[in-house]
Design a protein around this ligand. Structure first.
Ligand code: OFO
Length: 191
């Protein structure tokens, strides 16, 4: 039975139950990804890697905002965004390289579920949700690219000897650049 809600006066928005269900599943994935990145942040911080841990904390926060964005869309579209429970994430890692390999795997997994959502909405001709999902398609492209760039840096710098120190420093400056980029984007949006 589809859920309906009266958004304002005579405007009725309906979300297909199938779309509502997979959007809620996507919320669970974003929440799990946020928890995994927070767990990585904690491990990196415990190892004294300030640049990497700060970077990972920001990534955890980003994933949480991705979940909240889905929640808002579902509720604004006449659905009910049920908040997912989250399994305890992996908390111990072999080394820094493993952390960033797992980040790439997680991002690839999220990209494929976003693409699946796009497929379902295309078949159902749900053009509004398709439009909403375009932001996630672009975001995943960026995040996969970023993860691959970080793994390339690990290959180039190496993690032996001073390598780990240099890589951590590099991750710290990458975080500053990411923050500046999002401030620019926010400024452009406000203009
Ligand atoms: Fe990068 O996972 Fe969210 O969308």
């Amino acid at each position: 039975m589809p859920s309906y809600s009266l958004i304002c006066k005579n405007i009725l928005i309906m979300l297909d139950p199938k779309v509502e269900k997979i959007l809620i599943e996507q919320m669970a994935k974003e929440a799990a990804s946020s928890a995994l990145y927070l767990s990585m942040h904690s491990w990196l911080e415990m190892k004294g890697l300030e640049g990497c841990s700060t970077f990972m904390f920001a990534q955890a926060e980003e994933e949480r905002t991705h979940m909240l964005k889905l929640m808002k869309y579902i509720n604004d579209s006449g659905g009910h965004a049920i908040i997912p429970g989250v399994k305890q994430p992996k908390h111990s890692f072999k080394n820094v390289k493993e952390v960033f390999q797992l980040v790439l795997e997680s991002e690839m997994d999220i990209s494929s579920s976003i693409h699946n959502l796009v497929d379902v909405c295309t078949k159902l001709k749900d053009y509004t949700t398709l439009h909403f999902l375009q932001w996630y398609v672009a975001e995943q492209h960026e995040e996969e690219k970023l993860s691959r760039t970080i793994l390339d840096k690990i290959e180039i710098i190496g993690l032996e000897g001073n390598g780990l120190y240099l890589f951590d420093k590099e991750m710290g400056s990458m975080q500053v650049q990411t923050e500046m980029k999002s401030q620019d984007a926010a400024g452009a949006g406000a203009a």
